[in-house]
Unconditional design. Structure first.
Length: 110
């Protein structure tokens, strides 16, 4: 397996598509799936699934490994976590803390 440096734009682009998110969900449920396994859950051509997997691989969200004649696909959740830490967590934490503080303040006056 080869991991590449993450590019936020590639990750956001990959996550923007519902089919690609579905593929990631399938890999989250059971890792190490073949193209045949993945395409059986979708109503699209094999070529269409391959195009989506390529975008996911370019964003380092999916890594592959050859096993004999098969190519197995694995979820790499690290880029999603990095997006969370960089772009989501910092915006939610102050608000969450403020809501908890308000809740505590209102609760102490009862």
């Amino acid at each position: 397996m080869v991991l590449r440096v993450m590019d936020d734009d590639l990750v956001f682009k990959a996550l923007a598509d519902p089919t690609r998110r579905f593929l990631l969900d399938l890999l989250f449920q059971r890792d190490g799936r073949t193209l045949k396994d993945l395409e059986s859950g979708l109503e699209m051509t094999r070529f269409g699934v391959m195009k989506h997997l390529k975008v996911l691989e370019e964003a380092s969200l999916v890594v592959t490994r050859r096993s004999g004649r098969e190519k197995l696909h694995y979820l790499n959740a690290v880029p999603i976590r990095m997006i969370h830490d960089r772009w989501i967590d910092k915006y939610t934490e102050p608000r969450f803390s403020a809501v908890l503080a308000l809740k505590d303040e209102l609760g102490s006056k009862e």
